[in-house]
Design a protein around this ligand. Structure first.
Ligand code: SIN
Length: 505
């Protein structure tokens, strides 16, 4: 496919990888047009590995957001009338184009999010799988006809697209969190405005460029980019504008609650995928090699920056030493810290200084209160200012902040337990309820844990749950709604009941 030199990058010193970036865009996308902010304001997007500016993007505000919502509302009038087959075919084309451009998309993710190139490529495959899945699902959003209790009447139930969806996405999976939402809502017949994370707007813009090439009509997908300064105003319009039918957000529980509050004013539908505090439970019967392999996956995927990442390793006292020793060896062997674009690197930088400060604060607090540092424990300043060493802590107690908080970084925290009852109590003693992991060969125990763990997702003998076929989501303060699976598109529909009466007249 011929690529045009789209980007016009103003006088910045760019990191070397940027110059080859085929899908780099530096304008937002509204109503099928690549646009600047009405105010002409811009903000820089930097590479977390070296702090160099990749490019600048529009720093949009409430006015730009309103214009994007108007475009989405206008496009909804026609998109909702397309056939399921037409929507399916466009999603399928978008999938094919993303797969063809996976290397270009991956380099953008690595540049702005820092993750190793192999992980970025994995994210493209994962993220694109939602486009493929919802291309199929679009044709199976069925209604029902229910026998009525009255003669000569018929009850018909249909699922109708709910309208314009506001999408606010995080920086940790800047491509997949967009495709997971947009493919589902498009399949349902909705249109959207996306506000990508301040740190990672470029993956969103690249994805939308490919959507345009796939034939997504103007106004169906709009992207509004904004800095941290403008994000609250943009978010408010996205939640409160009367044209919006649903707010779909993936991110922190703190921000999710604010958005939920704003959505409540208009009694808007919400789809919230918020923070986790996943327990990773190892029983004595577990296959230890499998538990260790999966511990690495559950903790170090995206360097711990995942809401499904294992946060608390709860290990039975009989196998505690074996697990800790094994994990220490695996971390030392497999965690290779460095810029994501460097071959062989498996752990990239943290996304920004706030994350570095947070991880540093949590580890320092734990160590000052008696936690034992088995590995790591500081910023690897010989590589850069955002590279935190892969860290392993034991002897953690409830007095330490790290005991309660979502770490969202490369820090393994191991606790000892004695009984099934005790570990369930510890695991469930949180307001979070997203992912959980259990390692055991005892079938009855696996079943009991699946029943009793207060989490939306339970991985038995697996540290990886995410797949487009399964319903992804949490309970308690981890969210509302499900993404992926057959339920993902239903989130963006309203159920309509029509009573056909007087059928004998
Ligand atoms: C997340 O952890 O933020 C989502 C990751 C996933 O979809 O697996």
């Amino acid at each position: 496919m011929l690529r045009l030199p789209y980007q016009v990058v103003r006088g910045f010193k760019m990191s070397s990888v940027d110059q080859s970036m085929q899908l780099l865009r530096n304008q937002a996308y509204v109503n099928g047009q690549w646009v600047n902010a009405q105010s002409k304001a811009v903000y820089p997007v930097t590479n977390p590995a070296d702090d160099k500016v990749i490019t600048e993007v529009p720093d949009m505000d409430a006015h730009d957001t309103k214009a994007a919502l108007d475009a989405a509302a206008d496009a909804f009038k026609t998109w909702k009338k397309t056939t399921a087959k037409e929507r399916s075919s466009i999603l399928r084309k978008w999938y094919d184009i993303c797969m063809k451009n996976s290397d270009y998309l991956a380099e953008i993710i690595t540049a702005e999010a820092g993750k190793p190139l192999a992980e970025s490529k994995g994210e493209i495959v994962y993220g694109s799988s939602f486009l493929e899945w919802f291309a199929d699902t679009a044709r199976h959003i069925n209604g029902e006809v229910i026998p009525s209790p009255w003669p000569n009447k018929q009850i018909m139930v249909t699922r109708q697209p709910l309208g314009v969806v506001s999408i606010i996405t995080p920086w940790n999976f800047p491509f997949a969190m967009i495709t997971r939402k947009v493919s589902a809502l498009m399949a349902a017949g909705c249109t959207c405005v996306i506000k990508p994370a301040e740190d990672t707007p470029l993956s969103a813009l690249a994805a939308v460029q490919l959507a345009e090439e796939a034939g997504v009509p103007k106004g169906v997908i709009n992207v509004v980019t904004a800095s941290r300064k403008n994000a609250p105003n943009v978010g408010q319009v996205l939640c409160e504008d009367p044209q919006v039918g649903c707010i779909s957000f993936t991110g922190s529980t703190h921000v999710g609650k604010i958005l939920y509050g704003m959505a409540a004013k208009g009694v808007k539908r919400v789809s919230l995928e918020l923070g986790g505090n996943a327990p990773f439970i190892v029983f004595p019967s577990a296959d230890m090699d499998n538990a260790l392999e999966n511990a690495m996956l559950a903790k170090f995927r995206n360097n711990g920056q995942a809401c499904v990442g294992a946060n608390r390793f709860l290990v039975h006292e009989d196998v505690f030493n074996k697990f800790v020793t094994g994990l220490k060896e695996k971390i030392a062997q497999k965690c290779i810290l460095g810029p994501g674009s460097k071959p062989g690197v498996t752990c990239g930088p943290l996304i920004n200084t706030a994350q570095v400060n947070k991880i540093t604060g949590l580890v320092d607090d734990a160590v000052s209160k008696g936690a034992k540092l088995m590995l790591g424990g500081k910023v690897a300043s010989n590589i850069g200012n955002k590279f935190y060493e892969s860290t392993l802590l034991t002897d953690v107690t409830p007095k330490m902040n790290i005991y309660k908080e979502e770490i969202f970084g490369p820090v393994v925290v191991c606790y000892k337990f004695k009984t099934e009852e005790e570990v369930l109590k510890i695991a469930n003693s949180t307001r979070s309820g997203l992912a959980s992991y259990v390692f055991t060969k005892d079938l009855g125990q696996a079943f009991r844990m699946s029943q009793e763990l207060e989490f939306g997702m339970v991985g038995i003998n697996s540290g990886m749950l995410s797949t487009t076929e399964a319903p992804f989501g949490g309970i308690k303060e981890s969210g509302i709604g499900r993404e992926g699976s057959k339920h993902g598109a239903e989130e963006y529909t309203d159920i309509k009941y029509t009573l056909f009466s007087a059928l004998d007249k």
